[in-house]
Design a protein. Sequence first.
Length: 451
Amino acid sequence: MVSLAEKMASNMDFGAFSKAEELKKRLWFTVFALIVFRLGTFIPLPGIDPHVLSDIFARNSGGILGMFNMFAGGALERMTIFALNIMPYISASIIIQLGQSVVPSLAALKKEGEAGHRKVTQMTRYLTVLITIVQGYGIAVGLESMTGSAGISAVINPGFVFKFTTIVSLVGGTMFIVWLGEQITSRGVGNGSSLIITVGIIANIPTALAQTFELGRVGSMSLGVIALLMVMVLVLIYVIVLVERAQRKIIIQYPKRQMGMRMTAAESSHLPLKINPTGVIPPIFASSLLLLPITIANFSAENGPEWVQNLSQWLGHGQPLYLALYAFLIAFFAFFYTAVVFNPEETAENLKKHGGFIAGIRPGKNTAEYLDYVITRLTVLGAFYLVALCILPEILISELSVPFVLGGTTLLIVVQVTMDFVGQLQSHLIAYQYEGLIKKAALVANKGKKR
């Protein structure tokens, strides 16, 4: 039986946009915040020679630097105050969430409701500052060791003042992005952090397409390979949409119940379990843990010790060690984050409280074990899907020297965040339509009373 919400969603009147004032305000706020973010990616760090930096980046953009620059929306290439983007905050979130699974005092904060959530958020912010300081210092030291093709240093006046101003600028830029993401989430439409990363990726798509077609124009890549690449992108988008919308529906039955003086009929509903319940979290978390350490190693490799140079080569984009670590981290976070967002024991207990049960399964412990069995099998499929989606295009891209924007990781982020954004738009429109129906019903009722 189709619910009223599903009917309204399927017959969505997008002309209601013109009347939904609250939704328009949220959309304009989101657009304005994202424009502010993009403007910040052009404010450079003080004390850096832009010409030397451009020369250095041109010689290393084919490696992991290019991928991190893509996530930063081009801010790394220009070495701006937003060069670290929101990645330190994501790293801090990973550490806090891992800590909640092993530290009892952190785990207890989950049970404190809104107050506990505020404490966790505050701890994540403090940890973000600490991580940004460490990473900012690493970038400052790396920049001082970098020289252009003419042997000129990328830093105009190396020393303590440059390191201090770089750290302060990066910390300020990162924390501003964190604040901006939180404002988008609360006052705009969509998840702020995901939208910021997505906008950075989308901003690089025109340049990536231009670079790809330029490779075809100069003969470095055949037109057949370019056409095959475009077909691969369309196929990946189709697969992403198909899998992200796929669900395993577990039928939940509710027996007849006595409510007051009447007996309610037996009902049934379903518990939807997605093949990939974690969405874009595993690839983003894996990239966050891999990208910055590798970037700092690349910064230091040019004039650093031999082991740093070897590490930089082993962890280069498309290298077996990098691909193996990336695949392992994606699979790990797929299982870890599924355990965070779905608790079989808690779900089984809630079903038992409301009188729901799965046919052939006893309520309570048996239901929890069955749900755990199903979600584990789905997570295996989801982890395999994420690893294949992110790794196989990376191998092809590294072989053909295609821009990173056309890879599986970036396509997954863009498509998933776009679907989530559209879903939230529909939710706001449905809420607006419900509000309109309630007002009309109240108006009709008042007219009836007057008569």
